[in-house]
Every structure is written in C-alpha cells, then in structure tokens.
Design a binder for this molecule. Sequence first.
Ligand SMILES: Nc1ncnc2c1ncn2[C@@H]1O[C@H](COP(=O)(O)OP(=O)(O)OP(=O)(O)O)[C@@H](O)[C@H]1O
Length: 305
Amino acid sequence: MVSGTKRKYYMLGGKGGVGKTSCAASLAVKFANNGHPTLVVSTDPAHSLSDSFAQDLTGGTLVPVEGPYSPLFALELNPEKAKEEFRSATQISGGSGIKDFMDGMGLGVLAEQLGELKLGELLDTPPPGLDEAIAISKVMQFLDSQEYNMFTRVVFDTAPTGHTLRLLSLPDFLDKSIGKILKLRQKIASATSAIKSVFGQEGTPKPDAADKLERLRERMIKVRELFRDTTSTEFIIVTIPTVMAISESSRLCASLKKEDVPVKRLIANQVLPPSTSDCKFCAMKRKCASVVSSCNRHVKELVLQ
Ligand SMILES: Nc1ncnc2c1ncn2[C@@H]1O[C@H](COP(=O)(O)OP(=O)(O)OP(=O)(O)O)[C@@H](O)[C@H]1O
C-alpha cells in the first residue's frame, strides 16, 4: 500500500464501533511514516478523529498532525456547511423554495409536475448522505488546487455502513435530479420571459444559480468517478470477529460490488492476542472470535467472497 507515488484514495468503512476511525488514523500514520504526504479526512458526522490523534482537529480546515516524519494533515468535514451550500445552490429566488417561486409566478401547474418529479423534496429536504457527498467533492476540489496537490495518500474515515451506502449511490441520484432541475429551470426561464413580456413581472431566476447547480452537478460526477476508479481508489472494510459484524460486513461488500466500488482488503480489528491469564469475559470473547473465524472459514474469504 505504501509503494508508488501516484495519489491513492483509501475509504475505510464498516459497522458502527468496529474501529474505522482508529484504523484510518493508523493507516494515515503508516503512510506518513513511509514518506507519503498524507491527508486523513473524517466524513462521519460523529467525528472522533481528534480523539484518535489526541489533538483538536475541529473547524473544518486542514490541521497538521504532530509526530509522523512526512506531512500528515487531518480534516474533520463539517457536513452542515456542505448542506448549506447545497441549499443556496438550489434556491430559485431569494430564500424561498422552488414551489413558492412557481406559485408566485402563476405557474402552479408546473409546480404539480414538480411534485411528480419529487424535486421539491430534494430542494427542501436534502437526502441523507448528501452532506457527505458535497463535503467529499469539496475535498477533491482543494486536492486539485496547487496548495494541496502534494498529498500522495488520502484516507477517508467514513460513517457507519448505512450512511456510506447512501453516500455511494448519491452522486448518481444527484446527477439525475440536478439534471431535472436544470431542465425545469430552462422551462421556467422561457415561461417567465413570456410572462414578463405580458405582465412585466420581475423574478427571473438568477443566472448564477443555474451555474452553481451545474458546478455542483459536475462535482458530484467527479465524486462518483472517484468512488469507482480502480486505479486510484480502494474501499477497505473494517470489521471485528463477531457473527453480527461479519454478516453486516458481508452485506456491505455485496453492496459495494453492486455499485462497482473497488473493494479487496479487509481489516479484522480487535482480535484478542493469545493469553493464559484470561478473565471470564476475555476468555468468552476469544472463544467467540476463534469459533467465528474457524467455522466461518477465514473472515476475509467470508466477507470478500
Ligand atoms: N485495535 C483496537 N484495540 C483496542 N481498542 C480499539 C481498537 N480499535 C478500536 N478500538 C476502540 O474501540 C472504540 C471504537 O473505535 P473507533 O471510534 O475507531 O470505531 P468507529 O468504527 O470509527 O466508531 P463509529 O462507528 O462510532 O465512528 C474506541 O474506543 C477505540 O479506542
């Protein structure tokens, strides 16, 4: 994993509490100690990257992590900020949702179509995972900038399984939805210019709003491409040796493969080392771990089958 100087992205995901953040932080330190300027990003709204490094990493900006030989920076993304950006990019007129805008223009009929297209919901209540998708797209934006193009390893500490799966399918969903909004905007623009000439009403959608939407759509396409780029991206499943964690990891792996997301490595975390002085709890935990790994063949085969 440390060979080569071409930029690589590693996304760590899995069941809640298995050690995604701990493993993402350890992997980032390993890369930095092997000569890679590294960035570790937490997209999990419940950040715990600061705890892993025992350093305050909050604030939504890149913070240098003390210790490793090569530069290691950490970033705890602020999903609220990302959501705000989506809302402002999709507002049609100052502050009101698209439906009010169209009613105001006497285009209630078109608003019904909007209902069918379910775009109203998209604009007023963004889908789960949206904030992370936008946050990741921002990370990619600044990674392309001169200032941050030195990073050759980027490690994403993602949210627990369900959130991540929605995040992975989101760029597609957004690309299509924003495409519909832009088409609808086109219709509104031509309809309003017709109305304007008859009633002389103001309220044509701000031209820059369409550009903002178009830019957002392009960024979502880039996120989708990043997730599926087998030459630069890899999703690593983190699990622990319990039946429940392995079952959930197996489902996650099947979903990732269905979304064409490259996944080939698994971290079996918190495996108890052999010990003679086990307390009852540890003895039971070890027994369970050995039963799980033996009767379910090797954890890796089972999850990554
Ligand atoms: N290999 C390990 N050895 C000992 N403790 C560990 C190990 N990995 C994780 N832990 C501990 O388990 C707890 C959960 O770890 P962590 O926060 O990394 O999991 P997570 O999957 O990111 O959790 P969440 O889903 O809540 O974000 C923490 O207290 C952490 O210190």
